[in-house]
Design a protein around this ligand. Sequence first.
Ligand code: TXA
Ligand code: MG
Length: 339
Amino acid sequence: MTEVYRLSSCLPDATAIARAADVLRGGGLVAFPTETVYGLGANALDAAAVARIFAAKDRPANNPLIVHVARIDEARELAAEWPDNAARLAERFWPGPVTLVLAKRPIVPEIVTAGAVTVGLRIPAHPVARALLEAAGVPIAAPSANRSNEISPTTAEHVVKSLGGRIDIVLDAGPTSGGLESTVLDLTARPPRILRPGLIAPAEIEALIGPVERPSAVLDTSQQPRASPGQLPRHYAPRALMECCTDGGSERVAVLTRQGLRLGWLTSAYAGRDTFSADTKAVVTTIIMPTEPAAYATRLFAALHELDDANVDRIIVDLPPDEEPWLAIRDRLRRGSVQ
Ligand code: TXA
Ligand code: MG
């Protein structure tokens, strides 16, 4: 049985937080909102509890987890080194959606880092996440609260749909605001390397610590070992096959509907739709996406969940422009469409 507690996102109910904190300290699993997506938390210092995360998600053991902490000094207790650039980034972006990968101390169990000598650390900004960390008094290992390779959850309903019955508690504080995961930055590399683009743009990081290595614009679909195993080419994928169109998807939509497919279409070009016949419109679930990157990010995963729920055969996406503000969004869309 999974218990679901509804609570206010700005003033979280102390009783629900205390109950969730107890469950965490006792080795249980608690899903909670962050400012990016919902996370599935366990006591990061308890290897058996962390093993339950991997089991609940069917997550491969070689994919390390991010450890969430309440304060910078707690992050420093888990990291073997605290270089100057870590101090500057933490000061500027925490609490917030940047994960810093640093050399780990032995106190961090190997299962958390998938055997790696580094650990990913972040202080989340969401008041519920912060209240939970304070009440639990332990660092919380938390991947996104979805089964491995499914779409990340931005609502408690998404969490229950994917993990209901497999975890102890869901703290439901409504939809998350950011919508995409944190930027993962490897500070042990020279120069520092962005392992996963996210809500904080490379330029914002570079303004603070100088040049960083950016993720390649081309997806590496080879089977080579990766620095960040979560960066498998296919990831964040809806059930239906997804196709990204660089110059608008309306023609593709017209062709595939003629073949009898039920389509989902993520588009910003509302006007294109009026050229469709009534027959076409009837079999296409069109979701009009925002034209501004932050708003698009907030909406993206929920839109993909809706199309999964609508049982479409294929999802057509008008790929947003190849510009830096769209970097993380294009990354998720393209990973979702790898076959
Ligand atoms: O916004 C987020 O980051 C959310 C919320 C819940 O905090 N968490 C999240 O976790 O997205 P997850 O497990 O879905 O993605 C973590 C990513 C993976 O790509 C993983 O490989 C990478 O971070 N990662 C974690 N620790 C790492 C390490 N020590 N070295 C390299 N990559 C690491
Ligand atoms: Mg994930």
